[in-house]
Design a binder for this molecule. Structure first.
Ligand SMILES: NC(=O)c1ccc[n+]([C@@H]2O[C@H](COP(=O)([O-])OP(=O)(O)OC[C@H]3O[C@@H](n4cnc5c(N)ncnc54)[C@H](O)[C@@H]3O)[C@@H](O)[C@H]2O)c1
Length: 425
């Protein structure tokens, strides 16, 4: 194999067809590469092969899937001829930040099992978010257990993914930067060559640095959110408009205006988990990351504020509370670590009934809360009180007059409610 792949015609395998893997695979196919997607979930495989609605929602994904040639399979032998193998399986972390790496271990073992038969060089690129040192200490030893040697028989990279759910295709095609952590120069050269056509700045580092760039990036974004929420909680006490404060701060280009929307905090599959992984990695390395721990603590407390505010206005026991928004943010059906989970549970614990609406995330939420009512926006608006938990565009046009609204996401129109409270403004 050459140390430079054709930027528009390489053989690529993507392991894991979730938010990251499916978008990566479809976009690489769109760029002209021969892509095989490997997953253990037969529904996902069938959806891809039959070009049906993909099992996750991403704007433009279904359309792109219909345009490209891509094969999905549960058979790892399909990746035998691949020049690059991206690992995109899910990584989870418990409340203490311990990573459940079963999927990563299983996928890596299966890759090793197949590729021990192969004589030509290839590169394994970890895209899954992993803790500091895991590519060197976990992935490479499993691959080498096959009898093949990193650096001579195969290359290894750690190339973290920064896509934003809801804009994942745009982000893949227009990345702000590509980080390539490399085991050695040859591995990095090959991975660089496949990204060349995207014309994005590429930063090459060692494997551990790439892992840390991902974790530190998300920890910083989480910090901005918890910071502005803390400022918001102070502003609410003082009768100051937090959003004006954030606007004024954001005009300073050393700060920037993004991730300064005060509200009920951050959720999703990345920010809460990545900060826990970083905290746990720091502790294992002998450092107590008090600041980072506080970011998570503040975030968990912030999620419960709407419930506390609502109790000032109504008795929750026996009340029907309407929820607008279940997804962790607009533009996705993803409810992983969504603040709505904490809030709905708290309402049920207080004896309230819950009627919820979300344009995309109801099916996912129903798996966690089969017993609550899933209704239209009109029915939500007829509840005793309404909590706004996701800033879906359609919530900006509803008629809130006469209602009791606790707003977790700053929907201006909701101020017309009879009783309106912003969670931290
Ligand atoms: N979702 C995001 O926005 C995002 C952004 C950046 C990074 N990441 C990271 O990327 C990784 C993947 O995230 P995701 O959101 O796509 O997860 P996901 O849960 O949506 O998808 C993971 C996929 O891996 C499959 N899988 C599990 N074990 C497997 C195995 N042994 N072999 C083949 N497939 C297997 C699952 O069936 C699933 O389809 C995680 O580490 C995550 O932290 C996610």
């Amino acid at each position: 194999m050459n140390d430079k792949l054709k930027p528009d015609n390489a053989n690529v395998a993507v392991i894991g067809a979730g938010y990251v893997g499916l978008v990566t695979g479809v976009c690489l196919a769109k760029l002209g590469h021969e892509v095989v997607l490997i997953d253990i979930d037969e529904d996902k495989i069938q959806a891809v092969n039959h070009k049906k609605a993909p099992p996750i929602y991403e704007e433009g994904l279904e359309e792109l899937l219909g345009q490209v040639h891509i094969e999905a399979s549960s058979d790892y032998r399909k990746m035998m001829g691949s020049d690059i193998i991206y690992i995109c399986v899910g990584t989870l972390a418990d409340d203490s930040g311990n990573i459940f790496s079963e999927h990563l271990i299983d996928a890596t073992r299966k890759i090793a099992e197949v590729l021990k038969e192969r004589d030509s060089y290839y590169v394994v690129a970890v895209k899954s978010t992993v803790g500091p040192g895991m590519t060197e200490e976990l992935v490479i030893p499993i691959l080498e257990a096959s009898g093949k040697k990193a650096g001579s028989d195969f290359g290894v990279c750690m190339s973290p993914e920064f896509l934003r759910e809801g804009q994942a295709i745009y982000d893949f095609m227009n990345p702000s930067r590509i980080i390539i952590g490399e085991y050695d120069k040859r591995s990095g050269d090959i991975l660089c060559s496949i990204h060349e056509s995207l014309n994005a700045p590429i930063l090459r580092t060692n494997l551990r640095t790439a892992e840390m760039i991902k974790l530190a990036t998300n920890a910083f974004l989480a910090t901005k959110i918890s910071f502005i929420n803390e400022i918001g909680n102070i502003c609410k006490q003082l009768g100051i408009d937090t959003y004006d404060v954030a606007r004024g701060m954001g005009m300073d280009d050393r700060i920037g205006s993004k991730f300064l929307s005060a509200g009920i905090g951050f959720g999703g599959s990345c920010l809460p988990k990545d900060i826990r992984i970083l905290v746990s990695g720091a502790k294992q390395a002998g450092y107590q990351p008090e600041f980072l721990e506080e970011i998570s603590t503040l975030n968990e407390k912030q999620a419960l504020k709407p419930v506390a505010l609502l109790k000032k206005h109504i008795t929750l026991k026996g009340a029907t509370v309407g929820i607008l928004g279940l997804a962790f943010k607009p533009g996705t059906d993803d409810i992983r670590d969504s603040r709505a989970i904490i809030i709905v549970q708290a309402l049920l614990d207080e004896g309230a009934s819950v009627s919820a609406y979300d344009p995309l995330a109801v099916d996912n939420f129903r798996k966690l809360f089969p017993g609550i009512d899933y209704v239209s926006t009109e029915e939500v608006l007829s509840c005793d009180a309404i909590l706004i938990l996701t800033e879906w565009p359609e919530f900006y046009d509803l008629d809130y007059r006469g209602k009791i609204v606790i707003d977790g996401r700053r929907i201006e129109k909701a101020r017309e409610a009879r009783i309106y409270e912003g969670v931290c403004w």
